[in-house]
Structure formats: structure tokens, C-alpha cells
Design a protein around this ligand. Structure first.
Ligand code: SAH
Ligand code: SF4
Ligand code: F3S
Length: 524
């Protein structure tokens, strides 16, 4: 590849939505010139996630785009065809899937849950731990015969794994039946990318190292009519030393408050009963809005006044959880008394090595303040065990912190080294069987505390937002209390999508059983 071609390709990878047309022209030109070089380029010069560079990233050059449209000539490319998207990972990915589904619907595609029936299959991937990645590679293997039998099938890989150089290289080398790879910053380019994949001969790879702007007005095919995800910000600048997310999702950038509020008002008008505000670190909301002194507390204070019964948010970083937010949450109303507050470790020393920027003591102090202001709030957390060189004493500190806070639930993980993160470069003297034993002990504690927290609900009457039939028994309905406790109960199908009163008759380790005591109460 000559210097000129390299420069052109670099523009493609660094492109932004305003350059979409020129990107496409470049791509066309380059592919015509030398299609082998196109693939080789990504094998040889794709940039590795660079932490130092990422840390220096500026907030000022985020651009807002309100002008997403599907070019007329692409509006029917999906007519008579079906799509399937498999989603891995967190709520951010689930919501991205809704956006991609919205775009595909606008292109004329219909959805299917049967891979044999699909004309396009997208794997929206997660890179957070090694086993998340292994699942995707396993699935790519399973899908190979399908692709071999139906060469017209478009098989795409997107999401966080696509932002990793090693993954792109592995797909290029070992999974050449993949037709399309794109990342987290160019979802809005899906119409053009699909066109490329359908009409071109080469694997289409478009991953932007540019950190992404904020694109409004993207279509969304939401999953369900009761609960909705609402992005309030993208990316993460916290750089916890174990975590790949700041590399896969780019820098923190907040949506404008007016856009968020408008979206929630619209959802309320459509009859949605619950919104969850989404971001990797929602407590940093607003920090990058240079013209505004505005944070998550201010945003919640406005959302509180919208006529929607339930508002939640995820995920909170303890470091940025400020008094203003606590004060607003204490006002209650539609702000649900449930806070997921990942602690990761109970040892200040380990927290320091994780670059979490708080200590055991300051975390406990934050919990004290939250409990004082919102005594009925349920707290849950995320914990990593077996971080490199975690000692037995340090692990014990996690166990005692769990008790001191009295968490009502936790997601617990064994540390998984991620290429390109600082922790992955550290030697680790903790053997895997020790890590597993620690996880087991921690989980015993988590189960015990969950069971005890649920016991408090015996014979109580709770409001349940009914989501649908229970997974295991279609005669049983399932929904959540304000504190996010799952309740199973017998009731009429007409209760689905409503908030109903349920009396708790039995409590288990993770769920509650109950009976409905009245039908469809209108709750404001
Ligand atoms: N932004 C969220 C977390 C997103 S990832 C937050 O900071 O709270 C969800 C959870 O995955 C994290 O809280 C952490 O507990 C876990 N996790 C992240 N990277 C991990 C790794 N390399 N190994 C094991 N667990 C990890
Ligand atoms: Fe990862 Fe930390 Fe950002 Fe959460 S706050 S996404 S754990 S870097
Ligand atoms: Fe996974 Fe990406 Fe979410 S790495 S946890 S899907 S932000």
C-alpha cells in the first residue's frame, strides 16, 4: 500500500459523520485499486488501544449531530429480508441493539429469532471479560455452516470487541466467513455498511478510533412497551486499571439535557411506565457540557417532574456521587429507591491499584449519607475478586465491607486480564484456584444477604410493574418492585404493562412470590 492509500484509509478510520460521503468515495476508490491491500491494511496498521493517548483526549471536540437520515436509495434494501441481532454484555449494548434494529427496520428488514430464517445476523459483542469474548468466537464457529450453505447471508460483528485490534485480526485470520465488522462509534453508518457488505466482495471493516460524537435522532425499535433505556451519556474517562471500556466506548460525552428530557416526555406520552438512564458512569453526567453547570442531580430533578411512574439510572461511580444527587433522590416520587453502586473491592490498597479514586472509608461514608437521606433504598454492587496480588487480608476486607454495607445483591467476577489495560501488564501471584475459592465464599455471603433482605417483604403489599409472563411458567406473571426485587405471582394477562399491588406470600434467595390483590392501579 503506498503512502497516499495509507493516508486515505486513515481518513476512513478517523472519519466523522460529516465525512460520510467522502469516506465512502475513498473506500470505493481504494477497494477498486487493490482489494487485497484493503484487508491487509487492517492487519498491519490498525491502532492498538493507547491508554496514554486516550487519557489526553479532550472534551471540547465532541460534536452533536441532529441530522441522521437514511439515503433514499437505501430505504428499501431490506425489503423482503429478515435480520437477527444477538446481544452480549451490558445495557448499553442492549440499547445499541435497539438502535440497530430501528435502522434495519427503516431499511425495510423484518426481525426474526431464527438464524436459519435471517438474511443478516449481527453479533453485538462485549469485551469486558475473556469468557464474554469466547462466547462470541464460539458463536462465530456455530454460524459457519449456515454461512457456507447460504453465501448470501450477511454475518456481522459489532459492539465492543470490534474496537479491539486483536479481535479484528483474529476474525480476519480465522473467521473469514464474517462479512462485516464495525465498532461502537459508527452504528449510524449501518445503512452504508450493509450496502457495502451486500454488494461488495471483500469483508467490510470499518472501526473508528475517533471517539465518537453524539448522534441524535437515531431510530429505535425498542424491546417492549413498558420499560425503556435512555442514554444520557456515552463513553468513560475513569480508566480503572482492569477495564477495557474507556478504550471500546471512547471518551465521556453527555447528551444535551433538553434532548434527554424530550425523549423521556415522548416515552411517557407513548405509555412507557419506566425509564432507565444509561451511562458507564452516569454520575459524571454534564461534566463535559462546557456551557452549563449541570449534573446528574439537576437532570434527575427535572425528570422527576415528568409524568412517568418510574425512573432509574445505571451505573453509578462512587467517586462522582455528589450531595446534590442524594438530595434529589431523597425527594422520592418517581425516582426509585434502588442504587447500584459498584465498589469492586473493600480494600483501600486494592482500590488504589484499580485506580478507583475512592477508599473503603470514603465509600462507607457515601453509603452512610445515602442511607441517612433515603433509608429505604436498596443497595447493590459489583465486585472483582482475585485482582493481581490481592492478599487474603485484602479479600477479607471485601467480605467485611459487604457486611457493613448490607448490600442486597451483587454481581461478582473473577478478575480477567484485558489486553491494553495497565493491570494486564502486572504479574499476578494469586493462583486461579484461590481466586475461585474467594469467589465461592463471596457468593455465599451475597446469597445470604439477598435472602435476608427479601425476608423483610413477607406479608407486605408492594407495587409491581408487571413485565410479562414468568420465564418458567406462562401462568405466572413477573415484575419488579421499586427496589428492583423480582416478584412472581398469578394474575390476569391484562395486568401486563401495569403497576399492580401484590401481597408477598413467600420469600426465596433471589425472588419473591405473591398474590395480586387488586387490578391495574393507576400510579402517577
Ligand atoms: N461502568 C460500570 C461498570 C461496567 S462493567 C462501573 O464502573 O460500575 C461491569 C462490571 O464488570 C464492573 O463493575 C466490574 O465489576 C466488572 N469488570 C470490569 N472489567 C473487568 C475485568 N477485567 N475482569 C473482571 N471483571 C471486570
Ligand atoms: Fe470501566 Fe471503571 Fe469506566 Fe466502569 S468506571 S466502565 S469499571 S473504567
Ligand atoms: Fe461489555 Fe462494552 Fe458493555 S465491554 S459491559 S458491552 S460497554
Amino acid at each position: 500500500m503506498n503512502e497516499q492509500q495509507r493516508k486515505e484509509m486513515s481518513q476512513i478510520r478517523q472519519g466523522n459523520p460529516a465525512d460520510v460521503k467522502s469516506d465512502q468515495d475513498n473506500l470505493e476508490r481504494l477497494k477498486k485499486k487493490n482489494s487485497d491491500d484493503f484487508v491487509k491494511y487492517f492487519q498491519t496498521t490498525y491502532e492498538t488501544p493507547n491508554l496514554n493517548k486516550a487519557r489526553k483526549r479532550g472534551k471540547q471536540d465532541v460534536k452533536y449531530h441532529e441530522d441522521f437520515t437514511i439515503p433514499e436509495e437505501l430505504q428499501n434494501i431490506g425489503k423482503g429480508k429478515k435480520y437477527l441481532i444477538r446481544t452480549y454484555g451490558c445495557q448499553m449494548n442492549e440499547h445499541d441493539t435497539e438502535v440497530m434494529a430501528g435502522i434495519l427496520t427503516d431499511l425495510g428488514f423484518e426481525s426474526t429469532s431464527d438464524a436459519n430464517d435471517a438474511d443478516i445476523i449481527l453479533l453485538n459483542t462485549c469485551a469486558i471479560r475473556e469468557n464474554a469474548e469466547n462466547k462470541v468466537f464460539g458463536e462465530l464457529g456455530h454460524l459457519k455452516p449456515l454461512k457456507q450453505n447460504r453465501p448470501d447471508l450477511i454475518l456481522g460483528v459489532c459492539g465492543c470487541m470490534s474496537q479491539e485490534e486483536s479481535v479484528v485480526n483474529k476474525i480476519l485470520e480465522k473467521h473469514q466467513h464474517v462479512d462485516l465488522i464495525f465498532g461502537t462509534h459508527n452504528i449510524h453508518r449501518l445503512p452504508q455498511l450493509i450496502q457495502e457488505a451486500i454488494f461488495g466482495k471483500e469483508m467490510v471493516v470499518e472501526v473508528w478510533s475517533k471517539e465518537g460524537d453524539v448522534i441524535e435522532n437515531l431510530p429505535k425499535a425498542r424491546n417492549g412497551k413498558t420499560k425503556a433505556w435512555v442514554n444520557i451519556m456515552y463513553g468513560c474517562d475513569k480508566f480503572c486499571t482492569y477495564c477495557i471500556v474507556p478504550m471500546t466506548r471512547g471518551k465521556e460525552r453527555s447528551r444535551r439535557p433538553e434532548d434527554i428530557i424530550q425523549e423521556i416526555r415522548h416515552l411517557a406520552a407513548q405509555g412507557y411506565k419506566e425509564v432507565t438512564l444509561l451511562g458507564q458512569n452516569v454520575n459524571a453526567y454534564g461534566k463535559d457540557l462546557q456551557d452549563l453547570e449541570y449534573g446528574l442531580g439537576d437532570l434527575m430533578d427535572e425528570i422527576r417532574k415528568i409524568d412517568i411512574p418510574r425512573v432509574r439510572f445505571t451505573t453509578s461511580h462512587p467517586r462522582d456521587f455528589d450531595d446534590r444527587l442524594i438530595e434529589v433522590l431523597a425527594k422520592g416520587g418517581n425516582l426509585m429507591p434502588y442504587i447500584h453502586l459498584p465498589v469492586q473491592s473493600g480494600s483501600s490498597e486494592v482500590l488504589k491499584r484499580m485506580n478507583r479514586k475512592y477508599t473503603r472509608e470514603s465509600y462507607l461514608e457515601l453509603v452512610r449519607k445515602i442511607k441517612e437521606a433515603i433509608p429505604h433504598a436498596a443497595l447493590t454492587t459489583d465486585i472483582i475478586v482475585g485482582f493481581p496480588n490481592e492478599t487474603e487480608e485484602q479479600f477479607e476486607e471485601t467480605m467485611t465491607l459487604y457486611e457493613e454495607v448490607g448490600f442486597e445483591g451483587a454481581y461478582t467476577f473473577i478478575y480477567s486480564p484485558r489486553e491494553g489495560t495497565p493491570a494486564a501488564k502486572k504479574e499476578d501471584n494469586v493462583p486461579m484456584d484461590v481466586k475461585k475459592k474467594r469467589l465461592y465464599r463471596l457468593n455465599e455471603r451475597v446469597n445470604k444477604y439477598s435472602r435476608e433482605a427479601l425476608k423483610k417483604y413477607q406479608d407486605k403489599i408492594v407495587d409491581v410493574l408487571v413485565e410479562g409472563e414468568s420465564k418458567n411458567n406462562p401462568d405466572v406473571l413477573a415484575g419488579y418492585t421499586p427496589e428492583s426485587k423480582l416478584v412472581n405471582f398469578e394474575g390476569p394477562k391484562s395486568a401486563i404493562g401495569q403497576i399492580v399491588k401484590v401481597k408477598i406470600t413467600n420469600t426465596k434467595s433471589w425472588t419473591l412470590d405473591g398474590e395480586m390483590i387488586e387490578e391495574a392501579v393507576e400510579v402517577k
